[in-house]
Design a protein around this ligand. Structure first.
Ligand code: SF4
Length: 65
């Protein structure tokens, strides 16, 4: 399936734990206002890291749609 998009659904609820940025450092950047997606995953490995980030986000605000 093509055109999956990694996104933060509700940045205001981010607790800035940095789990996402640790799991997929090329795709997330944690800023003062919360984490944001800086780049879409570019390889299967990176996609898999982003899926881990979805599962491990304590605020459950990362999605791949
Ligand atoms: S894992 Fe979730 S709560 Fe933690 S910094 Fe990333 S988006 Fe925010």
């Amino acid at each position: 399936m093509e055109s999956e998009v990694l996104l933060i659904t509700d940045r205001g609820r981010c607790i800035r734990c940095s789990s996402c940025a640790s799991l997929a450092p090329g795709c997330f950047l944690v800023e003062e206002e919360g984490s944001r997606v800086i780049r879409q995953p570019a390889s299967d490995d990176e996609r898999s890291c982003c899926q881990e980030a979805v599962l491990n986000c304590p605020a459950q605000i990362i999605a791949i749609i």
